[in-house]
Ligand binder design. Structure first.
Ligand code: ZN
Length: 416
């Protein structure tokens, strides 16, 4: 699938060597993520993509901006980045929405993917190198299923027209990411579309890998019979085939920690024989009116709503970047008003005739982003530079262009 058009990055400035440190959910600590200084290899990142049945809400946008910052910090460090993202264009919620609205599921998916791509482009998110839908990834998902089948790691719950499940019981390391005990896993699995009580399963936490064809549902031929793939195997197969094993980072919203990311990691390891990812990084949830913003609850503010109200996309970006990626927060329209004032201040400063040295502020912004993506505090550093520059009596040569390039390249905020 064609992804969106990436914004051009300004030329990379010489920077002090360093490394990116992020909170790894599995380790439960802030640790270096990606290549070490002097290690000459690309960074690899897989971020779980959308199920395209509704517009991009601010919770989604916050997740993709979080990992856009990761991408930009690595590039600023001089690291090549290989970034892969999937699109779950065949799944129960998509089929349900298509059925309710009388729209062909393929048309619904295509329209929502196009809307998502235009939202990402407006927010100046760097496009992934690989942007695969499930329906175009079926051969590589089938390859993964074939390995699991021939090594007896999946089973059918009934006769030869029944669904196939991944048998995880007894695998060392399961739970390493989520740190949940058995009862918590079972409850979370049920809350997130799992089926712990389905008769015929060997273990309540065995997850669906291939749903056999049903009447009135799309299906594809496979080594396991006609049907469609389960969600966890889909992501594991796409991640491993586009980036290899032992990727630097699997990312997504914190609601994906369990079961999705834990199941991806165990299934990826099962068909490759190697660890799936080195680190698991999660962005917080955005709330609205006291509840997590979600498609299923319908309490949404979408990027396209705000753009339709003529919000500057860079102000939307700043309104989201003003919150640290690890703390849940509640959306309020005042955040957009504050961000618009901030954007006006920055633009006024880079177009003014006076400025102060940008060097110390630029170094501070880099340090804050490298140390667990403290974008919220980095924005305040640029505010202070802008205020000081507007009050200065002279112009510091090059400072305004340097700051515009920093905001553009590292924060993705175009202010020139
Ligand atoms: Zn995923």
């Amino acid at each position: 699938m064609q992804s969106w058009k990436s914004p051009a990055l300004p030329g990379r400035q010489d920077t002090a060597p360093g490394e990116l440190r992020l909170y790894d959910t599995a380790v439960q600590a802030v640790v270096p993520v990606g290549p070490s200084p002097g290690e000459n290899r690309p960074a690899t990142m897989y971020v779980c993509g959308i199920t395209p049945y509704d517009a991009t809400h601010l919770g989604h946008a916050f997740t993709y901006l979080t990992f856009d910052l990761v991408n930009r910090v690595w590039r600023d460090l001089g690291v090549d980045v290989r970034y892969s993202q999937n699109v779950t264009d065949i799944d129960d919620p998509l089929l349900e929405r298509a059925g309710l609205t009388g729209v062909d599921w393929r048309d619904l998916a295509a329209n929502q993917i196009a809307l998502f791509a235009s939202d990402m482009e407006a927010l100046r998110v760097l496009a992934p190198d690989s942007f695969l839908t499930v329906t175009e990834s079926l051969p590589l998902i089938e390859d993964a299923m074939s390995v699991l089948h021939s090594t007896h790691q999946i089973y059918q719950i009934g006769d030869d027209t029944a669904d196939w499940y991944f048998s995880f019981d007894g695998r060392p390391g399961f739970g390493r990411e989520s740190h949940l005990d058995g009862d918590q896993m079972r409850a979370s699995f049920a809350d997130h579309g799992g089926d712990p009580d389905r008769p015929g399963k060997r273990h309540p936490l065995d997850a669906l890998v291939w749903r056999q064809a049903r009447d009135n549902e799309p299906w594809w031929e496979s080594v396991l019979g006609p049907g469609r793939p389960g969600w966890h195997l889909e992501c594991a197969a796409i991640a491993c085939s586009t980036l290899g094993t032992g990727i630097d980072l699997q990312g997504g919203g914190s609601d994906l920690i369990f079961p999705h990311h834990e199941m991806c990691a165990i299934q990826g390891q099962a068909f490759t024989g190697l660890p799936f990812a080195r680190a698991f990084v999660h962005s917080s949830m955005v709330w609205l009116d006291g509840e997590k913003m979600s498609k299923s609850k319908g309490n949404l503010v979408t990027v396209s709503d705000l753009l339709g109200q003529r919000a500057d996309p860079m102000a939307i970006r700043l309104a989201l970047l003003g919150h640290h990626y690890r703390a849940d927060w509640q959306w309020h329209p005042e955040f957009l008003a504050q961000a618009t004032r901030r954007l006006d201040l920055w633009r006024e400063a880079v177009h003014a005739v006076t400025s102060v040295d940008a060097g110390p502020a630029i170094a501070a912004v880099r340090d804050l982003l490298r140390d667990d993506l403290r974008a919220d505090r980095a924005l305040e550093v640029i505010d202070a530079w802008a205020v000081a520059s507007l009050a200065a009596e002279e112009d510091h040569p090059g400072a305004r262009q340097q700051m515009a390039d920093l905001a553009d390249g590292l924060l993705g905020v175009g202010i020139a």
